[in-house]
Design a protein around this ligand. Structure first.
Ligand SMILES: *Cc1c(COP(=O)(O)O)cnc(C)c1O
Length: 481
């Protein structure tokens, strides 16, 4: 593709810039020497339409949820109503300065307060902090809460977190970041936590267990109430990773199952676009025991006035500047109020229905290692589809059929994993088209494997060196010197 920089050597000016209105001498007094530019910046000379066309062409190379199905397992890439973006953009909210006096932003504080109450109701928990900026940030916040709780009780020997091998990858990282050591609990052949293995690990060095609910196989822990009772009896606490809340939204509450900490991924469950590093939000809800340790400031209400409460001597401190990513709360708030109790229940039902519909159809063509009713997602394996065919080949070929590939090679307990989460916002017709593409690919794998090995054929780029792209990204145009 031609890039904007191909025009670099063209002479002339591309746009009309306002005159420099900062006295140059003054600038030199203000800026440190090493920051002052001595040469003209190297920018291409382009006209406005050329710039617009360049960026429009780039935007068309992207694939997003507004283009089609995005069945990325463990990510809940669902369609998010545009109305919620309008709500987040209302000037009365969007123009508020985060350092404004609380007296002047009562409406915004009311949203934070009401949103907290709505989330507590949905989770069945005592209180919540909206500060964390993402799911993993919520996890580490939750782990700090556990840490502070055991410090307050003088149980410093509780340094271990038990984690099933079906947990999300961020869980062990968060536990370790907070200074815990991680003990892995092997799943049984049914994909569930093995209660005997769990019981063998429970002692007074255990701070708690971290469960992804439902787990990354898309399976609900049937023994969840037993598990939390066992951990509590051993003096530990229970962390639930709630990024998969879509699966039981409006049907069950983590608080009723014995959770002490539960994080939401508002940018998955509650209508905020995500991916590309856009702002997220990972509120952390807690049981009564952990409320005194929540981050400050807390937004509280005294009669009619909302205020910030910093007076929490046992708090772990602040986890985010100001109150967190406010724009994301607004979208989630609009989403919850629009759908209401009944609508949220239907989200849960349709997420599960869509996943099971696809699972039942695709398990005839692809192997399903854990064959059971799934929740919001399921994990196939690409193994056995064709000689020398890998899951990566299948994923790349899906691009040729116009679909974003599912999550691959995760979770690790399934070899050559294909982790599919259709979400509740897809129609039956879309699911059928996706299933047809997957079935065609399985036939091609046997009849014409080269088609898969060389895929994608239609995308602007072929196979990328993913390791180099992640480790050594080139973020700026490399000018020739
Ligand atoms: C996405 C996800 C996370 C991490 O959330 P981020 O917002 O990406 O940090 C954690 N656990 C599960 C199960 C997830 O799906």
């Amino acid at each position: 593709m031609r890039t904007i920089f191909d025009y670099e050597k063209r002479s002339g000016t591309g746009g009309i810039l306002p005159k420099l209105d900062v006295p140059v001498r003054r600038m030199e007094e203000l800026l440190p020497q090493e920051l002052i530019r001595h040469n003209e910046p190297r920018v291409p000379n382009l006209s406005e339409p050329e710039v617009v066309r360049h960026y429009t062409a780039l935007s068309k190379l992207n694939y997003g949820i507004d283009d089609g199905l995005y069945p990325l397992g463990s990510c809940t890439m669902k369609y998010n109503p545009k109305m919620n973006e309008d709500v987040a953009r209302l000037p009365g909210f969007a123009s508020v300065h985060p350092a404004a006096d609380p007296e002047l932003v009562q409406g915004s504080l009311a949203v934070v307060h009401e949103m907290s109450q709505l989330l507590c109701g949905i989770a069945g928990m005592a209180d919540v902090t909206l500060q964390p900026a993402a799911g993993a940030h919520g996890e580490v916040t939750g782990m700090f809460l556990l840490k502070r709780y055991f410090e307050a009780r003088g149980e410093m020997q509780r340094t271990r977190i038990l984690l099933p091998d079906s947990a999300h990858g961020t869980n062990p990282a968060s536990a370790a970041t907070a200074g815990f050591s991680v003990t892995e609990i092997a799943s049984g052949p049914d994909g569930l936590v093995d209660l005997n293995v769990l019981s063998g690990e429970l002692d007074d060095t255990v701070a708690g267990v971290m469960l992804t609910v439902p787990n990354t196989l898309g399976i609900f822990e049937e023994n969840i109430v037993k598990i939390t009772a066992m951990v509590h009896a051993a003096g530990g606490l229970c962390y639930f990773d709630g990024a998969n809340l879509n699966a039981f939204l409006g049907h069950a509450r983590p608080g009723d199952m014995g959770a002490d900490v539960f994080h939401f991924n508002l940018h998955k469950t509650m209508s905020s676009p995500h991916g590309g590093g856009g702002p997220g939000s990972g509120p952390v809800a807690v049981s009564k025991t952990l409320v005194p340790f929540l981050p400050v400031p807390r937004v509280k209400v005294d009669g009619e006035r909302y205020y910030l409460d910093w007076e929490q001597p046992q708090s772990i401190g602040s986890m985010h500047s100001f109150y967190g990513n406010f724009g994301v709360f607004l979208k989630a708030y609009a989403y919850i109020l629009t759908l209401g109790d009944e609508g949220l229940r239907e989200v849960g039902e349709n997420a599960v229905l869509n996943a099971n519909y696809l699972q039942e159809r695709l398990k005839k063509t692809y192997k399903l290692p854990y064959d059971t009713l799934c929740k919001h997602e399921f994990v196939l394996t690409g193994k056995g589809v064709g000689d020398g065919i890998s899951t990566l080949d299948i994923a790349k070929r899906l691009i040729d059929y116009g679909f974003h590939p599912p999550t691959i090679y995760f979770p690790l307990i399934v070899h050559e994993a294909l982790m599919i989460e259709p979400t509740e916002t897809e129609s039956r017709e879309t699911l059928d088209r996706f299933a047809e593409a997957m079935e065609k690919i399985a036939s091609e794998a046997k009849e014409n494997p080269e088609l898969l090995h060389d895929a994608p054929h239609t995308a602007p780029t072929r196979r990328l060196d993913q390791t180099r792209a992640a480790r050594h990204p080139i973020m700026t145009y490399p000018f020739e010197e």
